[in-house]
Design a binder for this molecule. Structure first.
Ligand SMILES: Cc1cc2nc3c(=O)[nH]c(=O)nc-3n(C[C@H](O)[C@H](O)[C@H](O)COP(=O)(O)OP(=O)(O)OC[C@H]3O[C@@H](n4cnc5c(N)ncnc54)[C@H](O)[C@@H]3O)c2cc1C
Length: 521
């Protein structure tokens, strides 16, 4: 089988199919190569407001209305009820002491609730990847991609300015001649192995292991422990994080009765529960967390447990003449802040734009160097902040303070992009901002070093000062006791920080569907 294409995309997860779709809409001939077959399990499920905005931008820029419906819970439910997903209204954190039943005070000292949307219609989602990835691969095929699944690629080489991929499908030899190769095959994926790219060790994050699967019958936290106050959103309709010293558990509920749950654990905690033992290790972990265990008392795993001996992986190289890795193939840091999707979507937007605008040659090669640098810098920024959070998992107040750096950067970035001023938020987590970027690095380093009593106060104040110019969500309002709703009033009060007029903010609130809240503010 011989195929010629402008671009070969290796891997048909959501990222490969989205890159293929955008290129097809610009008239490129695309071959999409998949080792496995849809539907298939994939981990990485929780989206964020920024990720969903990037889906919208991709859909608008490349005229993909059938993609746009997946950017919000409401349109998704009406247009594609056949594609399962979960309702994500926010980020829920509970901080546990192993061996102890969860208890909190009136100040919410052991919890953090950050709403991502004011109501369900415009809420984020957890993507049930067996359905979602299949739906996008089908969209790519409908748009004209040559789709080769169950294909084992074996070699990659360059010849006469083209990249040649060779492999086997259904016992037949496959030879693809492409002008460019996008690797969307995940970390340690095809191009990394074919080109022998080395891995770059994590510099700040402790080594961590993953243990996860899908369950049925997981009980809701708010069913077992109803809150005496009304929280900013239903606590379980969220990415729920159960944090404890040395690790954390995620819980993401889908609308098909399943719940994705798993743990990311530092090596000592993973060793203590024998993480490689799968189901038995999960039981041992729950035995240390009685309140989480309550949620699983009638639950059943519907798939075998996956044990990932290393969660974080990095490639030292991201792009070269004729090839590029998507950020998700270049590295994984940790799911703690749901950073995988926005990083990957930013990479897709940049790479497709680069390929569409820049003809092959020196100019494109220079643009690929810039793409590589940006991708690595964003992975670094993510790793530094997540590493600081790992270092403070036994210190909820400092963990929460640090995580507000993420929420400030993410919500500010989303808002200025929606206002058409993306240049005000350079880099993921504002990492290329001349003030905020270095401040996050400094605060993360100080937190990871374990500040003493007096330095701690100074660090908390420094974090607050870094956040203040970008806080458009009331994150520094201590009266909220770490429960942060989405309030239109916060945006209206932030016009100066956003460089916008009140009229622009009101139009934004209307466009983005926050109007019912705006009226009540
Ligand atoms: C434990 C864990 C939890 C995570 N949770 C989140 C989260 O909640 N939110 C978030 O934003 N991010 C999360 N992430 C990151 C997220 O998983 C990734 O960003 C996302 O899956 C990337 O999607 P993808 O389509 O690029 O790759 P993948 O989903 O990995 O898909 C790659 C595809 O390539 C195919 N493939 C592999 N090798 C080959 C080959 N040689 N030839 C052809 N095809 C090949 C595979 O079969 C697969 O279909 C998490 C990561 C981990 C490890």
């Amino acid at each position: 089988m011989r195929i010629e294409a402008d671009v070969a995309v290796v891997g048909s997860g959501f990222a490969g199919s989205l890159a293929a779709l955008a290129l097809l809409r610009r008239g490129r001939r695309v071959v999409l190569v998949e080792r496995g077959r849809h539907p298939r399990f994939a981990i990485g499920e929780s989206s964020t407001p920024l990720a969903n905005l990037l889906i919208e931008e991709l859909a608008d820029r490349y005229d993909l209305p059938r993609l746009r419906v997946f950017s919000k819970w409401g349109t998704w439910q009406r247009s594609r009820p056949d594609v399962a997903c979960g309702l994500k209204r926010g980020f829920t954190f509970f901080f546990h002491q192993p061996g102890t039943v969860f208890a909190d005070d009136a100040g919410h000292g052991r919890q953090l609730l950050v709403a991502a949307s004011p109501h369900d219609e415009i809420a984020d989602t957890h993507w049930y990847r067996p359905h979602f990835d299949q739906a996008l691969a089908q969209e790519a095929q409908a748009e004209g991609a040559v789709y080769l699944d169950e294909t084992r690629l074996e070699r990659l080489h360059h010849q006469d300015g083209h990249t040649i991929l060779e492999g086997v499908r259904e016992g037949q030899a496959v030879r693809i001649t492409a002008g460019f190769v996008i690797d969307a095959s995940g970390p340690r994926g095809f191009v990394q192995r074919a080109l022998g790219l080395t891995e770059a060790p994590c510099r700040w994050l402790p080594p961590t292991q993953g243990l996860y699967t899908h369950f049925e019958g997981v009980e809701r936290w708010d069913g077992l422990r109803p809150s005496p106050e009304i929280p900013p959103y239903p606590i379980d309709d969220a990415a729920v994080h159960h944090v404890f010293p040395g690790g954390w558990i995620w819980m993401l509920r889908f609308n098909n009765g399943l719940t994705s749950a798993g743990a990311a654990l530092t090596d000592p905690v993973a060793a203590a529960i024998g993480a490689a033992d799968g189901a038995a290790a999960w039981s041992r972990l729950l035995a240390t967390l009685p309140s989480v265990a309550d949620q699983f008392r009638s639950a059943r795993a519907v798939l075998p447990f996956v044990h990932a001996p290393r969660v974080a992986l990095r490639s030292a190289r991201v792009a070269g003449p004729g090839w590029a890795l998507l950020p998700s193939a270049a590295g994984v840091i940790d799911p703690l802040l749901s950073t995988g999707f926005p990083l990957t979507l930013l990479g897709i937007l940049r790479l497709v734009d680069l390929l569409v605008r820049t003809p092959a040659g020196l100019e494109r090669d220079a643009a690929l160097v810039a793409y590589e640098q940006t991708t690595l810098a964003e992975l670094d920024a993510t790793e530094r902040l997540v590493a600081a959070l790992y270092a403070t998992m036994d210190d909820p107040p400092l963990f929460k303070r640090l995580s507000l750096l993420y929420f400030a950067a993410a919500s500010y970035s989303e808002t200025v992009r929606r206002l058409g001023r993306p240049e005000r938020a350079p880099g993921f987590l504002l990492c290329a901002h001349p003030v905020f970027g270095p401040e996050v690095v400094a605060c993360a380093a100080a937190a990871a070093a374990g500040p003493g009593h007096s330095a701690r106060r100074a660090l908390e104040e420094r974090i607050d000062r870094a956040i203040e110019p970008f806080d458009t969500a009331g994150l520094l309002d201590r009266e909220r006791r770490d429960w942060y709703p989405v309030l239109a009033g916060d945006l209206v009060a932030s016009t100066a920080k956003l460089g916008a007029t009140p009229a622009e903010i009101l139009r934004l609130l209307e466009r983005s569907g926050m109007v019912p809240v705006a009226r009540s503010v």
